[in-house]
Design a protein around this ligand. Structure first.
Ligand code: PHE
Length: 340
């Protein structure tokens, strides 16, 4: 037993991995192991000898088992330390944030405006971006040689087909298909040969139309003032006489400059006011063109969505909307949206 113990102790010192440990265990405690063989020799002994001898072998067996268990934990720890050294984790690296999608500021502005007008009872209608000359101009009281066509530089596809220059053709399309009264707004893309820091060849408008009986200019003023004050906050609203071929009388609407509160600054060209939309009472010729009886009348308006968004969110270059710069668009993500 003494020599088995010595042999074991010298061998265990050289064990370095699980495989060697397994072999060592088999050599001493396995079916043919030297300790197991000691038990087998016991059958030749008498009872008294068996008792003493058995006790000693058991002690040796337990001792070997304990040392092997210790060695096992030892190897396990060594493997772990090695892994920690080679697979180091840099806890100073910044975490990877989840990216949240965001609604585009133009879509967001359209949604806000739609919400306000739906709460006033307006429906939402849509018209095509490729439009007939007839709907974009003719039916809106703008005949072929009318000088008002110069107000809107047009992209023509052929003599009768064009990219709509405003959302007003939707007025005609809806009135041709629906019996009065009608009451809707119509958002969408429009196109003009015009491009600078505040103009883009493609931009968005929202058209509005209300046709009923006995509609007055005061109805137009009431609806638009209400809308502008909900959208921009409690600002002064001013109506100025203007001209559109499809409305009579026509007006342009200004709000008190939201940058300087009407005192005069660069944004409002020191006038204290900002022009935000065009409107007027629907021209009797338009009512006639769509086949409505002349007891029907109403008002229409049109606004530029980019302009509304630029004023509300303090954006000074219209190109920001179309460059898809994530740093800009992120400003309108869920988190930023709560601040605005
Ligand atoms: N369509 C006009 C524009 O684009 C705006 C407008 C719409 C004016 C409806 C009056 C009534 O400039």
């Amino acid at each position: 037993m003494e020599s088995i113990k010595k042999e074991f102790e010298s061998l265990i010192n050289n064990v370095e991995d699980y495989e060697q440990l397994k072999q060592l265990k088999a050599k001493f405690l396995g079916r043919n192991g030297s300790v197991t063989n000691l038990f087998k020799k016991m059958s030749a002994l008498n009872n008294q000898e068996k008792k003493e001898y058995g006790k000693k072998i058991n002690e040796l067996k337990n001792y070997i088992e304990d040392v092997i268990d210790e060695k096992y934990l030892d190897i396990k720890e060594k493997i772990r330390n090695k892994a920690l050294e080679s697979e180091s984790v840099d806890i100073t690296l910044p975490g990877r944030r989840k990216q949240f999608g965001a609604i585009h500021p133009i879509t967001k502005t359209i949604m806000e405006i739609e919400n306000i007008f739906s709460s006033l009872g307006f429906d939402v209608e849509y018209g095509p971006e490729i439009e007939q000359d007839m709907y974009n101009f003719e039916m809106l009281n703008i005949p072929k040689e009318h000088p008002a066509r110069d107000m809107q530089d047009t992209f023509y596809i052929d003599d009768n087909t064009l990219l709509r220059t405003h959302t007003s053709p939707t007025q005609v399309r809806v009135m041709k298909h629906k019996k009065p009264p009608v009451m809707f707004i119509s958002p969408g893309k429009v196109y003009r040969r015009d491009s600078d820091i505040t103009h883009s060849t493609m931009f968005h408008q929202i058209e509005g139309l209300l046709i009923d009986k006995n509609i007055h200019f005061s109805d137009l003023k009431g609806v638009l003032s209400e809308f502008l004050q909900i959208f921009f906050g409690d600002v002064a609203v001013r109506f100025r006489p203007s001209y559109f071929p499809f409305t009579e009388p026509s007006a342009e609407v200004d709000i008190e400059c939201i940058m300087c509160k009407g005192k005069g600054c660069r944004v409002c060209s020191h006038t204290g006011f900002l022009e935000v939309l065009g409107c007027g009472m629907v021209h009797p010729n338009v009512i006639k063109n769509v086949g409505y009886e002349d007891k029907w009348n109403g008002f229409a308006f049109g606004l530029g969505v980019e302009r509304f968004a630029m004023l509300k969110y303090g954006i000074d270059n219209i190109r920001m909307f179309f460059e898809n710069d994530m740093r800009f668009l992120d400003e309108f993500s869920y988190d930023a949206g709560r601040v605005l």
